[in-house]
Design a protein around this ligand. Structure first.
Ligand code: SF4
Length: 89
């Protein structure tokens, strides 16, 4: 991964709202998670992201790093893929 990206992440990470929450809220357990459970979990995670002061930095990081899993910057992996596609056109 890009070293500059990693260094920048170390900077904004310290102000992340999600530091007070378990990573499971943002990444789930495994593929056995039922779709309905997943939607509820993702909505809860997004509520943590909404007021996060480093939301934009987090989202940019995840887009540039092509983070394949989890909620970053208030978006799911599918929502991030859509965002990347919309930037490409
Ligand atoms: S936007 Fe969400 S995932 Fe990103 S640092 Fe903030 S709380 Fe954490």
């Amino acid at each position: 991964m890009n070293e500059q990206l990693v260094a920048e992440e170390a900077g904004w990470r310290t102000q992340a709202s999600c530091l007070d929450y378990p990573a499971l809220l943002f990444f789930g357990v495994d593929d056995s998670e039922a779709p309905a459970e997943r939607r509820v979990r993702e909505e809860r995670a997004k509520r943590v992201c909404r007021p996060c002061r480093v939301r934009q930095e987090c989202l940019e990081y995840a887009l540039q790093a092509r983070e394949p899993y989890g909620i970053w910057g208030g978006l799911t992996e599918l929502e991030r893929k859509a965002r990347l596609r919309s930037r490409a056109v």
